[in-house]
Design a binder for this molecule. Structure first.
Ligand code: NDP
Ligand code: 2IT
Length: 450
């Protein structure tokens, strides 16, 4: 970034921080995009005249509401929920719902903002949104989770619709929660339409949606290696998380011929130097998807693995890091450790898992660094394909969906090359931000002053 540009970025960010105080995650996401697109804006008077960046960083609306529900012991509980409808310039709002005690408006605004660019990159007609609640599903019974989902939908249903806003899952919201939410939506709306994605295969869900984010993240990683004339075959991989994205990132890494040596949850990580093979992965799926157990149980079952309480996996020497847990899970120190240990590629399954300083370290080290909005776009892309199938009242085969997913990840990689190539180095951060920005900005310009 030129000095002239950095002055403009600072000035813009000062205003944004003043307008949105106490929202550090939102500031972080906007800062990165602003640094990427400022020179394009300065070169294009039309974007300046239209105040395009000011408009793109202001959500269309945020709905905030109370969710009251009853626990199994009869006590009454209340949580706060949000839907951030960020931008619908290129299609109906689209993005996940997160249930986690750490959820704040800042986190949902950063996620909604990222979603705008990610959805634009997929090439599908989807605007950006995010929602969720500061509800902790851990330790809650199935009935409690059901009552929470039903109560939340009583308010949310009036703000969503198949052509308006289409939620899906995220942290704490998997197929069980989507089923409860969709069942309640269908009752309230008295219509069977694709207003949520990630649905069960029996009621309008798409083959391959569950696997799509993790698989897509690995396809993107393989695309980055391919562009350098290399591949994932024989490489060692550190994965963080053991939820939906992590499990299928591990699965696809294995089929790519790589060796995955770590997985984690919020209690710590396991290191299995022999690698997580198909049998161990089946155990991990059962542990996490069915029994909702903790990651230390893996090390008890497989004594060759060690459990590291309260730690993250980034000090383990590996060729590839796939962060698939949560935001800001790779600190500056972690990034230094990864680079010093010779990491070749980081492909982000999670949203914004690297702090800003870590991103700088990866870019300066010129490793293959695929930011979340490009690398994890496979999930929302297959959600978009689920919407298409619902609209057509058809179901495509797993092979058909996977072929489309691979095509979309390849196209996203290509867009990054187009906008991020610089003297043989591909800056995937700049490439994805600029490519995502142009489509949305030009749609907004076409609409005039709205
Ligand atoms: P899940 O709830 O299925 O799994 C989340 C995993 O991350 C769990 O292992 C969880 O551990 C761990 N985790 C969550 N919060 C923290 C935390 N604060 N500190 C440490 N570990 C944590 O969620 P997903 O797999 O769906 O989502 C993971 C990431 O991928 C998120 O960043 C999400 O936004 C992103 N993403 C998800 C998509 C999807 O389709 N689901 C699409 C694109 C991106 P524990 O169980 O102990 O909490
Ligand atoms: O962050 C994400 O892209 C998601 N959680 C998936 C969103 C979606 O609508 O499938």
């Amino acid at each position: 970034m030129s000095n002239a540009c950095s002055k403009e970025v600072d000035q813009f960010m000062q205003g944004l921080i003043k307008r949105n105080p106490h929202e550090p995650e939102f500031h972080q996401a906007v800062q990165e995009v602003t640094e990427s697109v400022m020179s394009l804006i300065l070169d294009n008077q039309k974007y300046q005249d239209a105040q395009i960046l000011e408009r793109m960083t202001e959500p269309d609306r945020i709905v905030i509401f109370r969710v009251t529900w009853e626990a199994d012991d009869g006590t009454v509980r209340a949580n706060r929920a949000w839907r951030v409808q960020f931008n619908n310039a290129i299609g109906p709002y689209k993005g996940g719902l997160r249930f986690h005690p750490s959820v704040t408006q800042s986190i949902l605004k950063f996620l909604g903002f990222e979603q705008v660019f990610k959805n634009s990159l997929t090439g599908l007609p989807m605007g950006g949104a995010k929602g969720g609640a500061n509800f902790n599903p851990r330790g809650k019974s199935r009935s409690e989770v059901m009552r929470f989902c039903q109560s939340l939908m009583i308010e949310l249903h009036r703000h969503i619709g198949e052509d308006t806003d289409v939620p899906a899952g995220d942290i704490g919201v998997g197929s069980r929660e989507i089923s409860f939410l969709f069942g309640q939506y269908k009752r309230l709306a008295n219509r069977f339409v694709g207003t949520l994605t990630g649905k069960g295969l029996e009621f309008g869900g798409s083959a391959g949606r569950k696997e799509a984010t993790g698989y897509g993240c690995v396809y993107f990683c393989e695309n980055m290696f391919e562009h350098r004339g290399d591949s994932m075959v024989g490489k060692t991989v550190a994965v963080s998380g053991s939820g939906n994205v992590a499990i299928y990132a591990i699965e696809k890494s294995l089929t790519m011929g790589a060796k995955v040596v770590t997985a984690s949850d919020s209690s710590g990580f396991i290191h299995d130097p022999n690698g997580i093979d198909q049998e161990k992965l089946a155990y991990l799926k059962d542990l996490k998807e069915e029994r909702r157990g903790r990651i230390h149980e893996y090390a008890e079952k497989y004594p060759e693995a060690t459990f590291h309480a309260g730690e993250r996996p980034w000090n383990v020497p590996v060729d590839i890091a796939l962060p698939c847990a949560t935001q800001n899970e790779i600190s500056e120190k972690d990034a230094h450790a990864l680079v010093q240990n010779g990491v070749l590629a980081v492909s982000e399954g999670a949203n914004m898992p690297s702090v800003a300083e870590a991103v700088t370290i990866f870019r300066e080290a010129k490793i293959l660094y695929g930011p979340g909005k490009a690398a994890n776009a496979g999930g929302v892309a297959v959600s978009g394909l689920e919407q298409s199938q619902n609209a057509l009242r058809l179901s495509w085969s797993r092979q058909e969906v996977d072929a489309r997913l691979q095509g979309i990840m390849h196209d996203i990689h290509h867009k990054c090359l187009e906008h991020g190539s610089d003297n043989g180095y591909v800056d995937y951060v700049k490439g994805s931000n600029v490519a995502g920005f142009i489509k949305v900005a030009d749609a907004m310009l076409a609409y005039g002053v709205v």
